[in-house]
Design a protein around this ligand. Structure first.
Ligand SMILES: Nc1nc2c(ncn2[C@@H]2O[C@H](COP(=O)(O)OP(=O)(O)OP(=O)(O)O)[C@@H](O)[C@H]2O)c(=O)[nH]1
Length: 302
């Protein structure tokens, strides 16, 4: 269907109403006051005014397009019938007069157009809902991102793993990295450089991760990598590559001084059928605690 502009539709409404009134007056003779049935005027006038208010509401609130066209044309046709019906109360016309056609015919045609317009309005609303739903999903996803590193937040990783376990998908390892003495790093270099350093670490981890790995900043200076469909040996090899990349990072402070190399503690956990998300993260935390007192390499792997 043609997409009429809203200006065209507004003009059409004014023209149709004006012509209808003129035609109704010209085609008959005015009734005397005693002949007018005011109760009918009230009822038919009410229908006319309500239809007109719907028409105005559509014209004011809806953008131009197919749905608006059908709604406006449908309401306008119905309005024409109700207008002639109303004029009937003030103008005497013979029953054979062509005006009686104008009173009866446009209403059903208008209701048909209106129904078709409402059907398309429903479809349009479904598409809008779909777009909004996707956008809302995007916003929600955005809230799952840590603004400093651009990685997922820990809570997202937590929910993600929980979902995986609910689906009985436990073929994965979790690799966790915790920067050593990052508090001292902050004290020496300041928090701004601390943030930049965290960003560098995040980039290094991402560069050494596979496409389907999921990396998150779990807490202040702790990162966790979800490694799906991987053997513990391959996961260990990947973790060593990340560790080596961090050890070789030549970080420059804002004063362009190279900062002393930063070391990192690493822990690797393989998921088993009996694991829960809580047990996995508890395992990681406990292992880090033990690493603080014993730097045995075998503690890395569980
Ligand atoms: N720059 C910066 N520092 C942060 C941020 N979040 C946490 N930290 C710092 O990270 C440090 C984490 O402290 P700890 O968990 O004790 O870790 P640590 O100082 O590395 O000590 P160990 O883990 O025992 O080696 C604290 O000094 C926090 O202030 C952040 O967003 N930016």
């Amino acid at each position: 269907m043609f997409s009429f502009s809203r200006y065209f539709l507004k003009s059409l409404v004014i023209v149709v109403i004006s012509i209808s009134i003129l035609v109704a007056i010209e085609a008959g003779t005015l009734k005397t006051m005693s002949e007018i049935k005011w109760l009918d005027v009230l009822g038919e006038g009410g229908i006319f005014l309500m239809t007109l208010s719907w028409l105005v509401a559509i014209l004011v609130s809806r953008p131009a397009g197919t749905v608006t066209n059908y709604l406006v044309l449908g309401l306008l046709a119905f309005l024409t019938s109700s207008l002639f019906d109303l004029c009937d109360e003030f103008v005497r016309v013979s029953s054979s007069n062509f005006l009686s056609w104008f009173e009866s015919l446009p209403a059903p045609v208008g209701l048909l157009l209106l129904s078709y317009g409402l059907y398309h309005w429903h479809r349009e609303q479904m598409s809008i809902n779909e777009v909004l739903r996707k956008r809302e999903y995007g916003v929600r996803e955005y809230s799952a991102i840590d603004p400093i590193t651009g990685l997922y937040r820990g809570v997202y990783m937590h929910d993600f793993i929980k979902h995986q376990l609910e689906q009985r998908q436990c073929d994965f390892c979790l690799a966790a990295l915790d920067l050593n003495d990052f508090g001292t790093f902050n004290q020496h270099n300041g928090y701004i450089d601390g943030d930049r350093f965290l960003r560098n670490i995040a980039e290094l981890i991402l560069m050494n991760s596979r496409l389907n790995d999921l990396v998150c900043r779990y807490a202040g200076d702790r990162f966790i990598i979800y490694l799906p469909s991987i053997s513990i040996e391959d996961a260990e090899a990947q973790l060593q590559q990340i560790e080596a990349a961090i050890a070789n990072l030549s970080f420059k402070s804002q004063q362009q001084q190279t900062v002393k190399q930063q070391t990192v503690s690493c822990v690797l956990v393989q998921c088993s059928d009996s694991d829960t998300v809580e047990s996995l993260f508890f395992n990681i935390t406990e292992r880090f605690e033990r690493l603080k007192t014993a730097s045995q390499r075998e503690l890395r792997i569980a």
